[in-house]
Design a binder for this molecule. Structure first.
Ligand code: SF4
Length: 99
């Protein structure tokens, strides 16, 4: 499953720097996938784009953003259940279309 950022976020950007998929954006910033721009998912807190988060599968054993967050604001999103195979396929698609 993708991860999500809760209201404990202080928008420090520590997670953003660690994400290998460029899946984390500052509040209000448009997000980009395959060169296409999309409206921000949050204007209030740093956010994760589920279409880009692979839980770091394909890069690392554990989600790097969770370890980097100083306020424990990042957690798995129970509404975004995905198998390891699906996450790897997502990573491979991102390799092709661009992050
Ligand atoms: Fe990025 Fe990994 Fe965090 Fe997903 S789990 S947002 S891929 S750092």
């Amino acid at each position: 499953m993708a991860v999500m950022i809760t209201e404990e976020c202080i928008a420090c950007g520590a997670c953003d720097a660690e994400c290998p998929n460029n899946a984390i954006y500052s509040p209000g910033d448009a997000w980009i996938l395959g060169g296409e721009e999309h409206p921000a998912l949050s204007d209030d807190i740093t956010y994760v784009v589920p279409e880009k988060c692979t839980e770091c599968v394909g890069f690392y054993d554990d989600p790097q953003c969770i370890a980097a967050c100083p306020t424990e604001a990042i957690t798995h999103d129970p509404s975004r259940q995905e198998t390891k195979e699906a996450l790897l396929a997502k990573k491979e698609n991102l390799d092709k279309i661009g992050r």
